[in-house]
Design a protein around this ligand. Structure first.
Ligand code: NAP
Length: 364
């Protein structure tokens, strides 16, 4: 298991030069607010709003003012001690978010005060009002996109992008099938596929506002939106008279929903699992596996980023691709409910509720 740095390990950074700042002395803070957990467990029991010190800005460091940070399912898993990596405790919650650089140490040349930055790695602890970190722990993001787009770009859209680019070669007219299609990742998959001329079959749970959700996903470019029940009916065969069988399945849910995705794939295709929202194991039909020679893979964005730390250009290329899509209006964010930082419990609870909007914490 990896270990992330605890927030209290304030760096002893003796600066030999004065850091560059865009703020005046009286706006520089020595402490900030953060959502801290000291043990793993349910968020309502373990997460607390605390004042924590803002470390001194060393020569290789940057000081960031956090602007916004989403609450994603993985953040909840981490708080509960049920994720692929876990921080040393105490820790600050939140893995994704956007911050503005306030000041930089004098050896920093990759980012400037005033720029927006997002953390590269998981476990940054984005649910805080200020942060000091090494300059190479973040990458800059264009300020030409809305703040919520920037705050939510580096996990879900990047995951969607990698799964569409790295497993099969998709051509216009090909088909991708996915469950959890209304999720943050799912909505990015729809939009990236639409921009590539790739068809999507999008599976969602039945819900009270089903037709509203169909309309929403179609407005993003979804070709077909069906329920998990429909996915298991024989009439699915009719769909494949209109559209190619999928060569890629993206599984966010697991359980019987994932088994059914698998069943509809074409010969030689691939199923990528990236989430397990149903918390159920995935049954794989042996017949489809044997006679269709289907590959089954997993994907984890955190591991991809760690594997490419030596090659930041590859990370920048992905972020630029998605930023350009956002600028062209081809990549919009899901409907986010903006929640003031102090009301964090509302956002965390909503992230666990079914059929809920995504929630983002606003720091100022
Ligand atoms: N592997 C990676 O690198 C990676 C990266 C990003 C995200 N993820 C994972 O991907 C998943 C989605 O993340 P997100 O941020 O996109 O989520 P999100 O926007 O919060 O959406 C969650 C999705 O899961 C569905 N869902 C929840 N419980 C379900 C259940 N019991 N059965 C079926 N569907 C259920 C929701 O459907 P309703 O609307 O019907 O509730 C919704 O579509 C999470 O598991 C997350 O950890 C993985």
């Amino acid at each position: 298991m990896f270990t992330l740095r605890p927030f209290l390990s304030a760096r002893i950074a003796v600066s030999h030069c004065i850091s560059r700042k865009v703020i005046t002395r009286n706006t520089y803070k020595t402490s900030c607010e953060a959502l801290v957990y000291r043990q793993y467990g349910p968020h309502s029991e373990v997460l607390r709003l605390e004042d924590i010190p803002v470390p001194h800005v060393g020569v290789d460091d940057i000081h960031i003012r956090m602007l916004a940070a989403p609450v994603n399912p993985a953040d909840i898993n981490m708080l509960e001690g049920n994720y692929g990596i876990l921080p040393s405790l105490p820790a600050v919650g939140g893995n994704e978010g956007i911050g503005e650089v306030v000041s930089t140490g004098c050896h920093v040349h990759t980012v400037k005060p005033g720029q927006w930055v997002v953390p590269i790695d998981c476990g940054f602890g984005t649910w805080r009002t200020e942060a000091v970190c090494k300059a190479n722990e973040v990458i800059p993001v264009s300020k030409d996109i809305p703040v919520l787009s920037a705050a939510t770009l580096s996990v879900n859209p990047c995951t969607a992008y990698r799964m569409l680019m790295d497993f099969v070669s998709l051509e216009p007219g090909d088909t991708v099938i996915q469950n959890g299609a209304n999720s943050g990742v799912g909505q990015a998959v729809i939009q990236i596929c639409a921009s590539m001329g790739v068809n999507t079959i999008n599976v969602i749970r039945n819900r009270p506002n089903f037709s509203e959700m169909i309309e929403k996903l179609q407005s993003l470019g979804a070709n077909y939106v069906i329920t998990e029940d429909m996915l298991q009916r024989p009439e699915m065969a009719n769909l494949f008279k209109e559209v190619e069988r999928p060569k890629l399945a993206l599984n966010c849910v697991g359980g019987s929903s994932a088994g059914s995705l698998f069943y509809h794939l074409k010969y030689g295709s691939t199923m990528v699992t990236y989430g397990g929202m149903s918390k159920k194991p995935t049954p794989l039909p042996a017949k489809a596996m044997i006679f269709k020679n289907i590959k089954v893979c997993g994907f984890w964005m955190t591991q991809w980023k760690r594997n490419h730390l030596h090659d930041p250009a590859k990370l920048m290329e992905m972020v630029s691709y998605l930023t350009e899509m956002a600028k062209r209006g081809q990549l919009s964010t899901p409907s986010y409910t903006e929640v003031p930082f102090h009301d964090f419990n509302i956002a965390l609870q909503a992230t666990m509720d079914p059929y809920s909007n995504k929630h983002v914490l606003i720091m100022n």
